[in-house]
Design a protein around this ligand. Structure first.
Ligand code: 2AL
Length: 174
């Protein structure tokens, strides 16, 4: 990626390109645009992390609540974002049998009931067995620990999406 091309983007172009690196939270990219010129991709990531860490607990939970459930309603109805659809598909969420779907729905509901935000994990780094195991384990955490753990997963998803934008030939624009 040509970082000087990124630094030359208008904020509209920057948000169009990076607006969904954190699922359905374009405000984050819109906000960090103010920090250009960026040294490199790592610098962009550092500003996103700084923004997220500056949020209150409810702000962090707001980011989590913008994430679609794994194997949830959005996947069933085909309303996932492109990034989320690719990630969930890669983690095997699109080929679950009926028993597995029921298990995911039950665990996700139990999790949301307990924490007030959805279970979030970086799907690209996990397969369906990992996801069920981690969801079952994390259900036992306390809310504060679970909020921080989930935000770490959001940062992993963001990092992979940022790198994918660079590597997926959008260089034509950059
Ligand atoms: N609830 C979730 O963890 N959702 C997701 N994780 C991903 O990596 N992509 C998603 O849509």
């Amino acid at each position: 990626m040509d970082i000087s091309a990124v630094n030359a983007l208008t904020y509209e172009e920057f948000v169009e390109l990076f607006g969904n690196v954190v699922e359905k939270c374009p405000i984050i990219s819109a906000a960090i645009w103010s920090h250009r010129p960026f040294k490199d991709l790592t610098d962009i990531e550092a500003h996103i992390t700084e923004f997220i860490h500056s949020l209150s607990d409810s702000g962090k939970e707001g980011i989590l609540r913008c994430h679609p459930d794994l194997a949830g309603r959005d996947l069933q109805s085909g309303t996932l974002t492109r990034e989320s659809r690719e990630e969930q598909s890669q983690a095997g969420m699109t080929t679950l049998d009926s028993a597995e779907i029921l298990l995911m729905h039950r665990l996700n509901s139990e999790y949301k009931e307990r924490f007030g935000f959805p279970f979030v994990i970086c799907a690209r780094l996990n397969n369906k067995a990992d996801i069920v195991r981690r969801l079952s384990e994390r259900l036992k955490n306390d809310r504060a620990a679970e909020r921080e753990l989930a935000i770490e997963e959001v940062k992993k998803i963001c990092s992979l999406r940022l790198h994918n934008i660079v590597l997926s030939g959008i260089q034509t624009k950059l």
